[in-house]
Write a protein that binds this ligand. Structure first.
Ligand SMILES: [Cu+2]
Length: 100
């Protein structure tokens, strides 16, 4: 694992080696905060912490956590823009990540 991390650092960065630029908690069937702003190349970590309730962080064509009830999901944003994401299980759960 450490060797893979070191290799990744030379190219796309190693999310595990540094704290994320933004953390979004998933609890009480909502994203907190709903909106995050990170620099280009920044990372966002979603923490699934809703007592085992299944959630899904999905931005079609950009990123997809898969459906899960625990753990974390981290995505690195290499291009500027505004990314809207939702939970496919709870469509009223939405948020944005702004990369600039
Ligand atoms: Cu959900």
């Amino acid at each position: 694992m450490l060797a893979g991390c070191a290799l990744a650092t030379a190219t796309a960065g190693c999310a595990a080696a540094q704290p994320p630029d933004a953390v979004i908690e998933i609890s009480n069937v909502q994203f907190t905060p709903m909106d995050a702003v990170v620099p280009v190349g920044g990372t966002v970590e979603w923490r699934f912490d809703d007592g085992g309730v299944l959630h899904h962080v999905e931005s079609p064509g950009a990123f997809d956590s898969g459906i899960t009830g625990d753990g974390t999901y981290t995505h690195t944003f290499d291009r500027a823009g505004t990314y809207t994401y939702t939970c496919s299980i709870h469509p009223y759960m939405t948020g944005t990540v702004t990369v600039r």
